[in-house]
Design a protein around this ligand. Structure first.
Ligand code: HEM
Length: 193
């Protein structure tokens, strides 16, 4: 293979991996902001937190699409598009692929539900089930951390372990803040519509 061709292939491979790392960071940022938001009293601060929470999730989705398209398009490892419907058949780190695809499903579901929220807020039953459905985002985030720990070439390098542990630490800290600043359910309902 010519040097230029080899370089192009490696660029795609590096792009795939870099996009995977930034995807994980973006979903972590979105998760952290989503967890601290209910404890914030000032409306303008909540507005900005909500704005950045959503923007981080949308950026995460765009980067996730980049990650997936790049790992499939790249020929450094053989990953077929069918991995998205049947990840168990992947010849490359199948368990990690199953977790990654489940993370993708959960995060896409959570994003669709989040996007529909404003429009369907008038429906009482949707509002009632919204929180339960949004749990898909937390499940997806946790699965994406598991995927990163199992799938990546860089998974045992100090910098990658540092980023993954920082993501876990940030969400654990936000979770503790959320528990300490829990608002009674009755107050929460009107604040989130
Ligand atoms: C929310 C979902 C996902 C996130 C956050 C994510 C993130 C990551 C991260 C951080 C890595 C490690 C990169 C490195 O070590 O340099 C990685 C590796 C990988 N991911 Fe994903 N990923 C997700 C979903 C998927 C899906 C659905 C696929 C299947 C097409 C996939 C395929 C891969 C592959 C093949 C690798 C291995 C790259 C390597 O060996 O270095 N990922 N992913």
């Amino acid at each position: 293979m010519a040097d230029g061709e080899q370089g192009r292939l490696m660029t795609l491979w590096y792009l795939a991996r870099a996009a995977g790392v930034v995807t994980m960071v973006m979903f972590t940022l979105s998760a952290v902001l989503g967890m601290v938001m209910p404890g914030v009293r000032r409306p303008e601060r909540r507005f900005w937190l909500q704005y950045v929470h959503r923007s981080a999730a949308v950026t995460g989705l765009v980067l996730l699409a980049t990650h997936v398209v790049a790992v499939i398009a790249d020929s450094y490892v053989d990953i077929s598009p069918t991995v998205l419907v049947w990840p168990f058949g992947s010849g490359y780190r199948p368990f990690a692929m199953v977790i990654g695809v489940l993370a993708l499903y959960s995060l896409v579901l959570a994003s669709l539900v989040g996007a529909a929220r404003g429009r369907l807020a008038v429906s009482q039953s949707f509002t009632k089930h919204w929180r339960k459905l949004h749990i898909a985002a937390s499940v997806g985030w946790l699965l994406s951390i598991g995927h990163a720990l199992l799938a990546g070439t860089d998974r045992s390098t100090p910098w990658m372990l540092g980023i993954t542990l920082a993501c876990l630490g940030a969400v654990a800290t936000a979770g503790a803040y959320r528990l300490n600043n829990a608002t009674p359910k009755t107050t929460r309902a009107w604040r989130t519509q």
